[in-house]
Design a binder for this molecule. Structure first.
Ligand code: TYM
Length: 340
């Protein structure tokens, strides 16, 4: 079976990078695959969280999933902490993965910064929990943005090492050789790495102090329009060919955003706008962005008042996720030699 798993951290406002790098693909994949879309609250606590804010962010992300069009009845939307298998499998995989593998993770180095001795152990271990998220469901496909590529490679290495280390136990219990399928990252499209609107060399992120650097999914039409109008550009006209975007990070970013929002390639977009100036292009981009994102923001706002409904979606999703996870976790225990 083909099974999709992906997750987003409930650590603040969702932005256009999350939407184009991940959520837009979640929506597409649900047409053809069984999907689990997780609110990874256990990952969120790898850095300090205020409990009241965390609770609000979990609900906000759930509302965003629904507002963006994930079918919560057909697919599974849930929060990680309600399914104990994530933490349980992470422990087992901690004992499969090697310290040297984690030491190569660039995201830890970025997030821990200079004061690495003071980072939480959880932040260091983060990629192992992420591997557990995926492998707990034997997911085959994982849609993510480009920044998660290294973590996905690690998840594949862990799956492979588990399959090899325990090959004889896996066979003895009558499971397939590849007990854990090697999860395939889905990192495609014109916006795998959306950049800051203020600096085309920096990733658009929740943690950028400037709100003008990102478009939040909760922004209203006015805010979206203002941020795009203020977005940094260069003085040249738009090129007619994709090659002409090289060394023009801001132009490349805006063209990529337009392409991803409308579902075309950058080359298609340049066929329409190449040779023109930025102000014409930005006007079109504002219209497109408001058209696509406006209804999502409005629906998120409406769902904000529906706490009981949101919590019920998560409870239902967790029940269904648990039913998928439990036989896999039981099999892992048998393979490891645990008595149950
Ligand atoms: P997180 O919460 O940082 O980001 C969620 C998703 O958004 C993508 N993304 C971007 N894509 C393009 N341009 C950007 N500027 C941009 N910023 C963020 C991310 O690549 C991601 O797909 N570790 C994950 C969460 C996670 C997960 C998992 C993902 C936990 N377990 C299992 C997949 C499978 C993360 O921190 O995402």
């Amino acid at each position: 079976v083909n099974r999709v798993f992906s997750g987003i951290q409930p650590t603040g406002h969702l932005h256009l990078g999350n939407y184009l790098g991940a959520i837009i693909k979640f929506i597409e994949l649900q047409k053809t695959h069984d999907c689990l879309y997780c609110v990874v609250d256990l990952h969120a606590i790898t850095v300090a969280q205020n409990p009241d804010e965390l609770r609000a962010h979990i609900r906000e992300l759930t509302a965003a999933y629904i507002a963006c069009g994930i079918d919560y009845e057909k697919q599974i939307i849930f929060n990680q902490s309600q399914v104990s298998g994530h933490a349980e499998l992470a422990w087992v995989l901690n004992c499969v993965a090697r310290v040297g593998w984690l030491n190569r993770m660039t995201q830890f180095k970025e997030k821990a910064g200079k004061d690495r001795e003071n980072a939480s152990v959880g932040l260091y271990d983060y990629p192992i929990l992420m591997a557990a998220d995926i492998l707990l469901y034997k997911a085959t496909h994982v849609p993510v943005g480009e920044d998660q590529k290294q973590h996905l490679e690690l998840a594949r290495d862990i799956a492979q090492k588990f399959n090899l280390d325990f090959a004889s136990a896996i066979a003895a219990h009558g499971f397939e050789d590849a007990f854990f399928p090697l999860p395939e990252p889905l990192i495609q499209g014109p916006a795998q790495r959306v950049m800051s609107l203020r600096d085309g060399t920096k990733k658009m992120s929740k943690s950028d102090p400037s709100d003008n650097s990102r478009i939040n999914l909760s922004d209203d039409a006015e805010a979206i329009a203002q941020k795009i109008r203020k977005a940094k550009t260069d003085p040249e006209a738009l090129p007619s060919e994709v090659e002409g975007l090289a060394k023009r990070p801001e132009a490349e970013n805006l063209v990529g955003i337009y392409a991803a929002l409308i579902g075309e390639t950058k080359a298609d977009v340049l066929k329409t706008f190449g040779g023109g100036n930025f102000s014409t292009f930005k006007t079109a981009l504002v219209d497109l962005a408001v058209d696509k994102l406006g209804p999502i923001g409005a629906e998120m706002k409406r769902l904000k008042a529906e706490t009981a409904f949101i919590d019920q979606v998560l409870v239902n999703g967790a029940t269904r996720a648990r039913a998928l996870a439990e036989p896999h976790m039981a099999a892992v225990k048998d393979i490891m030699g645990f008595v149950r």
